[in-house]
Design a protein around this ligand. Structure first.
Ligand SMILES: Cc1cc2nc3c(=O)[nH]c(=O)nc-3n(C[C@H](O)[C@H](O)[C@H](O)COP(=O)(O)OP(=O)(O)OC[C@H]3O[C@@H](n4cnc5c(N)ncnc54)[C@H](O)[C@@H]3O)c2cc1C
Length: 473
């Protein structure tokens, strides 16, 4: 069977399904091809399930210290099956929501594995999509005017370190665990590794993080990494930076033992399980790219600023093009691609305006340049910093570690970057994001009256601190 469309989207993850909704709003006839479940990694194996587990871990850890708040909770125990049930319920609810949105937008969802064909009887240009149907029925042929590739990514491992789903896991398997191990070694101290380290530690598990770089969260501002490392250690997490893990040394038995080179010595680390969180690999294989002129560079599909590939009617967005592999980036890229297809003249994406979050305990959030990046780019910077321990609401919450840091161009007063570590900062970063979009100066940020008592007062104080005017410093 063959059907014609204005747009076919390969992959119904956050990038793909959001692009489909925007296309439907713009009056395009659109189909999404999805081999798994609508919502993709973010909904089923990423953002949402991991945050649901993090929240349970936070509740557990807070309940265990409830006496601090004058609340006596005796015999606090964890029912991990219920934790998983709650996570699954949230995911299911959101999955139904996405299905509903597809129906509402009259978007055809084709369940199967899509592959791009070369020029054929259906079209003189590459781009016809052949779908191997999940239900075993005959392949469907979709003949689109435009295609968006949004096939996402999958966990990467270290060469030689085989993921067996039992002893050695990625976040995919870890999210499905039906019980918690007593101890874990996490290879990789990036965002996913640190979120898992924090969560498992809050669940009461012995955690060791092995990070190759000389600091955890290596893409964050140096001071944020340093503070995070201090706070992780304070929580009882063993963090080893500058550690080169030797995959071939892995031994399995009662649990795992793995070696790493560290400061010129070879050291052994043992635990019940090993979690590998060393980044993600784009899904560029078996989607028919060889039938097109599309270029794959360093494992990612190459595009221009409107996400067109070398085949100008075939676009690519989200994790499959690399860069910032985040859900809100994938969906924003999808919207720009669709608006370009529809001739809407969208504004290209400015990645320095994207907020990045780490949902550990404490949280990290940032937007714009780090202090080091700003200096490398030739700016002379001034910095305003304010600690949460001087913020009343942070003390009320019982979570007063961390700070807000503003990086400002001394010459123009432009706000170059905002970096936060502390309670609920992921919910506060959008103020900084808006300030960057509007090109606000620290003075304007400080002039925005922050209600008292709120955690957001730390942003106002940090803005005042840029010129040494913080009130509660
Ligand atoms: C543990 C974890 C936590 C994360 N937490 C966050 C977070 O808190 N915030 C955040 O912003 N980001 C987070 N991310 C990243 C986020 O999940 C991704 O950036 C986002 O899902 C990318 O969206 P996408 O649409 O590009 O790809 P995906 O969501 O991966 O979707 C791709 C879809 O394409 C489908 N597909 C692939 N090939 C084919 C084919 N040939 N035919 C049909 N369908 C196909 C797949 O089944 C999948 O559903 C997290 C990731 C992980 C792993």
């Amino acid at each position: 069977m063959s059907k014609e469309y204005d747009l076919v989207i390969l992959g119904g993850g956050t990038g793909g399904y959001v692009a489909a909704i925007r296309a439907s709003q713009l009056g395009l006839k659109v189909a999404v091809v999805e081999k798994g479940k609508l919502g993709g990694t973010c909904l089923h194996a990423g953002c949402i399930p991991s945050k649901a587990l993090l929240r349970s871990a936070e509740v557990y850890a807070t309940t265990k210290r409830s006496e601090e708040f004058g609340v006596i909770a005796k015999d606090v125990t964890l029912d991990f099956q219920k934790v998983q049930d709650r996570k699954n319920k949230i995911t299911d609810q959101l999955f139904k929501g996405v299905q509903h949105l597809m129906k509402q937008g009259k978007i055809d969802v084709i369940e199967g594995i899509g592959r791009i064909l070369g020029p054929s009887i259906f079209s003189p240009m590459p781009g016809t999509i052949s779908v191997e149907m999940n239900n075993g029925e005959e392949n469907e042929m979709l003949i689109p005017k435009n295609v968006i590739i949004a096939t996402g990514s999958r966990p990467r491992s270290l060469p030689g370190l085989e993921i067996d789903g039992d002893y050695v896991l990625t976040s995919d398997e870890a999210l499905q665990m039906d019980s918690l191990p007593k101890s874990i070694v996490i290879v990789g101290g990036g965002v996913i590794g640190i979120e898992w380290a924090s969560m498992l530690n809050d669940f009461g598990i012995e955690v060791t993080v092995l990070e190759y770089a000389n600091r955890i969260l290596p893409t964050e501002d140096h001071e944020i990494s340093k503070e995070m490392q201090r706070l992780m250690k304070k929580k009882g997490i063993k963090v080893v930076t500058g550690a080169k893990v030797l995959p071939e040394s892995l031994e399995k038995g009662e649990g795992i033992t793995i070696q790493a080179e560290h400061k010129g010595e070879t050291k052994s680390f043992s635990a019940e399980k090993l979690l590998v969180s060393v980044g993600r690999q784009a899904n560029v294989e078996n989607i028919g790219l060889e039938n097109t002129e599309i270029i794959v560079e360093k494992g990612y599909i190459a595009t221009n600023e409107f996400f067109q590939t070398k085949e100008s009617h075939i676009y690519a967005i989200g994790d499959v093009i690399g860069g910032l592999q985040l859900a809100h980036v994938a969906s924003h890229e999808g919207i720009i691609a669709v608006e370009h297809i529809a001739g809407e003249n969208p504004i290209p994406m400015d990645y320095s305006l994207v907020s990045k979050c780490v949902y550990s305990n404490p949280e990290v959030a940032s937007v714009g340049f780090t202090e080091e990046e700003a200096k490398e780019k030739g700016y002379t910077v001034k910095v305003g910093k304010f600690n949460f321990r001087a913020i009343g609401k942070a003390l009320v919450f019982g979570e007063s570690d961390g700070f807000v840091k503003l990086v400002v161009d001394e010459a123009t007063e432009d706000l170059l970057g905002v970096h936060m570590i502390g309670p609920h900062v992921t919910d506060m970063i959008s103020e900084a994001g808006l300030a960057r979009v509007l090109d606000a100066t620290p003075w304007e940020v400080a002039h925005t009256i922050h209600p008292h008592p709120t955690l957001s007062e730390a942003i106002g104080e940090a803005a005042l601190a840029v010129d040494g005017k913080a009130i509660h410093a």
